[in-house]
Design a protein around this ligand. Structure first.
Ligand code: LAN
Length: 677
């Protein structure tokens, strides 16, 4: 398996080139330590989606925000790097070309100053024309093109601001939507309600001529409303959606001006609240850009527009492939909680103590301590005690980020004695308990608020499962693990009976979510490997024994997908196709997830784990890093996203846990080895 350890400073291993087990850990640790920021966090590339950067560029263009020449060059380099061989651009960096992202990236490149005659843009144009041009884009792209003045509002299905004025009990009141969907609907309904569009300049006229194969003046906008290229159809459009669109269109044509005015004022108030609640960061990259546009049209150069402009560049990230827009303001809290949990399990040294002390500071400083102002009026769940994905200023807590935050605090305490105040841990527990759904599972930011049939009204064409906040395996498992860890540490305290009941319900949810093949389907990481890791850890947190049939089936699933070289590798394609699609090569991050799951399920001494550790050891480079890999993150089934820091954290963590198994007294091991499965 691995080379042996160093004794008295000398290698006793005959295979000279292979580092010892502890060397591997030390290298991984040094790499983590070198990449930790002064504030205690890890920051990384959170790119992947290919619709973000062009929208950023377009937003700057419409609002007159200058991009520095060096930044423009790096943006162009990024766009060029991710053009597909056929000339088009995909929904994300590993996706096949779509009309949506090809139109937008073409426009983005042109707005950066690239001439239409550039060879790579000519190829993009050819692809676009062969696939029908922007009228055949998934609906999302059309709204942005309309704001840019590159698409006629008549070719859009209505996004009525008036829906916000419905009684909140109505199942289609936007407050019932998943917060990301709702917070995109909000500014989009403002822009649609005002038919906001940038002035038609020479560049816009040129772009109109370049984009539309039939010529802009000849476009049949009414037909364009529902036109969609097969490349862009990632969801099925329901009859209910078609009927709803016709109904809303009729309503739109008869909309009394006064009602529109009232609706826009209401929407603007909600926009203002989101701005204040997030310190102008906004919940995600899209509503951030849309808010920038809203304020440009509402009050150009005003206080809000300026506050927004100040926080816009935070979304940019300089990566080796160029400058991109990240999928969130950052992923610092999330990455830091995992890094801390991994390091807390490593053999204690001065280095681990230092890393953990700094990580603790970040985690402590970024717990959300208060609810937003008037939460009911902006449809917000409680926030107090929660952890966000990025930082406190962003402020939207998430169930599993809260769970990982709590777990990280307890792990740091166990390793270093440094503890977060009990009352703050209690607030986190209170928040998690308040977020458990009736089905026993946990959703992301809020309770599930709307009926499942709302998904029939998903109009995005390119994302699935966006309409309501569903219960997820990952969020459920993370909350169960955190509640169990809290109970282990404090005996449950005043929460004892609620925690017990909550974990029992969570366990039932997980058992029901397990698939016949033993796997769980993940939603935020790729895919069955990620889900199965969470499924296993959730059941273990609920007290399942290693012999439980659910765990045996899960391990059997993992075993069946291990590759010859000891690794696992699953493609982001799995998420859309909903069955396991292997990658051409093994992936260190997925290998780590599978290894961590097997070890947690008591299979730490199995040959599968030994082979996986061997793979991870061979793959590690001398500086403790791993070579870049395929996308390991995903959202809404179709869009891959990059979690840069996962490569630093998970392979290291798996090696740490494997080493701990080696260190456990042989009696325990003999017992483990005698177990079935
Ligand atoms: C994220 C990022 C974090 C992620 C985890 C915490 C990892 C997950 O366990 C729960 C879901 C969550 C919070 C999540 C949901 C969807 C997000 C916000 C994203 C993947 C980051 C970007 C994505 C967002 C919807 C992208 C914006 C684009 C639109 C289509 C609106």
């Amino acid at each position: 398996m691995l080379g042996s350890e160093r004794t008295n400073g000398e290698r006793t291993d005959t295979r000279e080139a292979r580092p010892g087990r502890l060397d591997l850990l030390e290298r991984g640790l040094l790499h983590l330590s070198r990449t930790q920021h002064a504030d205690g966090s890890w920051h990384g590339d959170y790119g992947g989606p290919m619709f973000l950067l062009p929208l950023y560029i377009a937003t700057c263009r419409v609002t007159g925000l200058e991009l520095e020449p060096a930044v423009r060059q790096e943006m162009l380099r990024y766009l060029k790097a991710h053009q597909n061989a056929d000339g088009g651009f995909g929904l994300h960096i590993e996706a096949k070309s779509s009309v949506f992202t090809t139109s937008l990236n073409y426009v983005g490149a042109r707005l950066l100053g690239e001439p239409a005659s550039a060879e790579w843009l000519a190829r993009a144009r050819t692809w676009l024309h062969e696939h029908g041009g922007p009228t055949r884009s998934s609906s999302w792209g059309k709204y942005f093109l309309a704001v840019l003045g590159l698409y006629d509002y008549r070719g859009l299905n209505p996004v009525l601001p008036e829906l916000w004025l419905l009684p909140t009990q109505a199942p289609i009141h936007p407050s019932r939507l998943w917060c990301h969907c709702r917070m995109v609907y909000l500014p989009l309904s403002y822009l649609y309600g005002r038919r906001a569009a940038a002035p038609v300049t020479d560049t816009i006229r040129e772009l109109r001529a370049e984009l539309y194969p039939e010529g802009y003046a000849r476009v049949d906008w009414e037909a364009a409303r529902s036109s969609l290229a097969p490349t862009d159809r990632l969801t099925t459009r329901s009859a209910l959606l078609d009927a709803g669109n016709e109904l809303l269109l009729r309503a739109e044509r008869r909309m009394p001006g006064l009602l529109r005015k009232r609706a826009l004022a209401y929407v603007l108030d909600q926009i203002r609240r989101e701005d204040e609640n997030t310190d102008y960061i906004c919940i995600g990259p899209i509503n951030k850009l849309l808010h920038v546009l809203v304020w440009h049209f509402e009050a150009p150069g005003g206080r809000e527009a300026r506050a927004h402009a100040r926080r816009l560049p935070e979304y940019l990230y300089q990566a080796p492939d160029g400058v991109k827009m990240n999928g969130y303001n950052n992923s610092r809290l999330w990455d830091t909680t995992f890094a801390a949990q991994a390091v807390a399990r490593a053999p204690e040294t001065e280095l681990t103590r230092g890393i953990l002390a700094r990580a603790f500071t970040y985690i402590e400083q970024n717990q959300v301590l208060t609810d937003v102002r008037e939460p009911d009026r902006c449809f917000r769940h409680a926030s107090k005690g929660g952890w966000p994905f990025s930082d406190r200023a962003h402020g939207w807590p998430i169930s599993d980020c809260t769970a990982e935050g709590l777990k990280a605090c307890l792990a740091i305490e166990a390793a270093t004695g440094r503890a977060l105040e009990r009352s703050r841990l209690d607030d986190a527990v209170e928040l998690m308990l308040s977020l458990q759904n009736e089905d026993g599972g946990w959703a992301t930011y809020e309770l599930t608020r709307g009926p499942a049939w709302l998904e029939l009204l998903n109009a995005s064409d390119c994302f699935r499962e966006i309409m309501i906040d569903y219960s997820y395996v990952e969020c459920t498992s993370a909350c169960m693990q955190a509640l169990a860890a809290y109970r282990t540490r404090f005996g449950g305290g005043r929460f004892a009976s609620r925690i017990h009941a909550s974990i029992v319900r969570g366990r039932r949810f997980l058992e029901q979510a397990q698939r016949v093949d033993g796997s769980w389907e993940g939603s935020w990481g790729v895919c069955f490997t990620y889900g199965t890791w969470f499924g296993v850890l959730g059941l273990k947190a609920a007290g399942a024994s290693d012999e439980a049939p659910e765990l045996a089936r899960a391990c059997e699933f993992l075993r069946a997908h291990q590759r010859q070289d000891g690794s696992w590798g699953e493609s982001v394609e799995s998420c859309a196709r909903r069955h396991y699609v292997p990658t051409a090569e093994g992936q260190a991050v997925m290998t780590a997830w599978a290894t961590l799951a097997l070890i947690a399920a008591g299979r730490g001494t199995s040959s599968e784990v030994a082979r996986a550790v061997d793979f991870l050891s061979r793959r590690q480079r001398a500086d403790g890093s791993y070579a870049d890999e395929k996308l390991a993150g995903v959202f809404n089934k179709t869009c891959g996203i990059q979690y840069d820091n996962y490569l630093k954290i998970f392979p290291f963590w798996a090696l740490v846990e494997a080493e701990r198994v080696q260190q456990t007294p042989s009696v325990t091991r003999a017992r483990e080895e005698a177990r079935p499965g």
